[in-house]
Design a protein around this ligand. Structure first.
Ligand code: AMP
Ligand code: MN
Ligand code: MN
Ligand code: MN
Length: 279
């Protein structure tokens, strides 16, 4: 029987709400055979996730979701089967986390100007010593009544043109792919349908990504419609790039995304796990 893959998920090491161990336990209950932990710009959860996966007989794929600036946009690149101990990767992550820390303080200053005091301190508290993401700001803003849910809070405060928005200065595309490859991993463009770019610009992104050594795109994602998946499967086939599948699970508060419940990849795709040696 073929195993169920879920190659994109978050824990409390970034903006997820389950600990690495709780996430792996849930994946096991959901019938996942191979789970990638892909926290934003952080590998701190991998050791705990792997220890739990070993006791349950589940394959933990050590991963990362890197923040990248490309043509004035933020895009996300997932790395799969990376060695988290790799020095160049960790130096790269340090650089991203330094920007993240400055950005969190800047978001706090900008929200304070918009008469929302204390946001940085609150977000930092919610992050419990781990990286601070916009999701932490969103949770603070919702629980203090500034918007009704996370989705509307992003729209109102945290995206371009809104009071708490700070432009990203993340890694370059080639740099991010280089860190992943240098750490022995495979690079995958995360949730391509989420970017606000035309299909011709997306094709350019895929070409540039391949030239850097990128190997796959997420055809299946918790945030893609069936139509997105069909279009992306054709793009993957035409561009001769492999296909990945990941829920982008962040925790039970977002019940519209389930861990490990993605449909099979369309048959015209070559799965990113094609050459993996899993029992
Ligand atoms: P950051 O990397 O700190 O900029 O935060 C990005 C994270 O915020 C993403 O990984 C999502 O988890 C979350 N996010 C971004 N946009 C939205 C949105 N419109 N609604 C809900 N969550 C979002
Ligand atoms: Mn996230
Ligand atoms: Mn993402
Ligand atoms: Mn993600």
């Amino acid at each position: 029987m073929s195993i169920q893959y879920d190659l994109h998920a978050h824990s409390t090491a970034s903006d997820g709400t389950l600990s690495p161990s709780q996430l792996v336990q849930l994946a096991h209950r959901q019938g996942v055979g191979a789970l990638a932990l892909t926290d934003h710009d952080e590998t701190a959860g991998i050791a705990e996730a792997r220890a739990t996966a070993d006791t349950l007989g589940l394959t933990l794929v050590p991963g990362i979701e890197l923040s990248v600036s490309w043509r004035h946009q933020t895009i996300h690149i997932v790395g799969l089967n990376i060695d988290p101990a790799n020095d160049d990767l960790q130096q790269g992550l340090d650089k991203l986390r330094q920007f993240r820390q400055w950005r969190a303080e800047e978001i706090g200053r900008r929200l304070a100007k918009a008469r929302i005091p204390g946001a940085y301190e609150a977000a930092r508290g919610l992050a419990r010593g781990q990286i601070i993401s916009r999701t932490h700001f969103a949770h603070f803003l919702v629980s203090n009544g500034y918007a009704k849910d996370v989705r509307s809070v992003f729209k109102k405060y945290l995206v371009r043109g809104k009071p708490g928005y700070v432009p990203g200065q993340w890694a370059e595309l080639g740099e991010a792919v280089g860190w992943i490859k240098g750490a022995g991993g495979q690079a995958v463009i995360a949730h391509p349908a989420r970017y606000k770019i035309s299909s011709s610009v997306l094709r350019k992104l895929v070409e540039e990504f391949k030239e850097c050594g990128g190997e796959g795109i997420e055809v299946l994602s918790g945030s893609h419609s069936r139509d997105d998946a069909m279009k992306l499967s054709r793009l993957a086939q035409q561009a001769e790039i492999k296909a990945s599948a990941g829920s982008d699970y962040h925790g039970p508060e977002n019940p519209w995304v389930e861990l490990g419940r993605l449909p099979p990849l369309p048959e015209n795709c070559t799965p990113i796990w094609h050459d993996w040696d899993l029992d």
